[in-house]
Design a protein around this ligand. Structure first.
Ligand SMILES: C[S@@+](CC[C@H](N)C(=O)[O-])C[C@H]1O[C@@H](n2cnc3c(N)ncnc32)[C@H](O)[C@@H]1O
Length: 281
């Protein structure tokens, strides 16, 4: 059931992520990472280390090594896949709905022969069945309007026995206030998502076996606490009025987002699931 007053389409999501690339680069991460951090403790303010820790946790959960062939769905600017290829020597593909972000990822990857990035949707992937040993994703799949379809696609392109390891935003409860709708959901063109339990049920319906599920709302709250402060500080030195206003609006939203997390209107988790070894695509 969508929480928004309107239903966002893939085109709405694509436009948003194309148009906001430079805004996010200017204060979130200049290299393009755009996902939730896993912080070392309550006083930890180091977003860069925290976002890297999230990537390393997912890589460890998925058991990625040199022999892996990894697909990153909703790869954004490509940072996670580039990191995996550099650290483990694995091969991989990244796919994203935003052409601007894919262009950035291709530049960032340079001529690394082990990885490729493509502009495409999670609901219609340009890959043959059973291609990948692993599918990973960070904070992207919640944005897909037709989630059954993206789950079916992920199942199709994974090899039997392959692992799907991802983080995503959660909608812990049905009832969503106007404030959370405005500052959390409508802000990023998000129709609504699953609770952690609902997510596992949906993946089981698609044929997956659940191996692990973590509820990590406290790290989500710290991410917005730290980034809200950064946006506020950077707004003071922004040279363009539009950029300054965007950062100030984001920083104000961060306060509301933290309230929404406390009120269980917004959450974050990690899940690892397996396509059964006996499965057919
Ligand atoms: C919050 S960003 C995360 C980006 C990246 N995973 C990261 O960690 O930096 C969400 C990304 O999901 C992408 N996305 C949203 N819907 C998608 C879809 N249907 N297919 C592929 N990518 C999608 C957006 O374009 C955006 O780049």
């Amino acid at each position: 059931m969508p929480v928004s007053s309107r239903v966002y389409t893939e085109t709405d999501v694509e436009t948003f992520f194309d148009q906001t690339l430079n805004n996010y680069l200017s204060f979130w991460d200049s290299q393009g990472a755009l996902h939730t951090g896993y912080f070392a403790g309550e006083g930890d303010q180091d977003y860069q280390a925290a976002q890297q820790r999230t990537s390393d946790m997912l890589a460890a959960d998925a058991g990625i090594d040199e022999s892996s062939y990894v697909l990153d769905v909703g790869c954004g600017c490509g940072n996670f896949l580039i990191h995996l290829a550099e650290r483990f020597g694995c091969r991989g593909e990244g796919l994203d709905l935003s052409e601007e972000r894919i262009r950035f990822a291709q530049k960032l990857a340079g001529d690394n022969p082990r990885i490729q990035f493509r502009h495409a949707s999670a609901t219609q992937m340009p890959y043959e069945p059973d291609r990948f040993t692993h599918v990973v994703s960070q904070d992207a799949l919640c944005l897909v309007p037709d989630k059954e379809r993206s789950h079916t696609e992920i199942f199709r392109v994974l090899r039997p026995g392959g692992l799907f390891a991802f983080s995503d935003f959660l909608q812990p409860q049905e009832a969503i206030s106007e404030r959370a709708r405005k500052h959390v959901y409508d802000r990023v063109r998000w129709n609504g998502g699953y609770s952690l339990v609902g997510y596992q049920a949906a993946l089981e319906m698609a044929g997956f076996e659940i191996l692990l599920a973590r509820n990590l709302g406290n790290h989500l709250k710290q991410t917005y606490r730290v980034l809200g402060k950064t946006a506020q500080e950077r707004s003071q030195t922004a040279s363009e009025d539009a950029a300054r206003e965007w950062m100030l609006a984001f920083s104000a939203s961060c306060k509301e987002i933290q309230v929404a997390i406390d009120d269980r209107e917004f959450g974050w988790g990690m899940i690892v699931a397996r396509k059964p070894a006996s499965a057919r695509s």
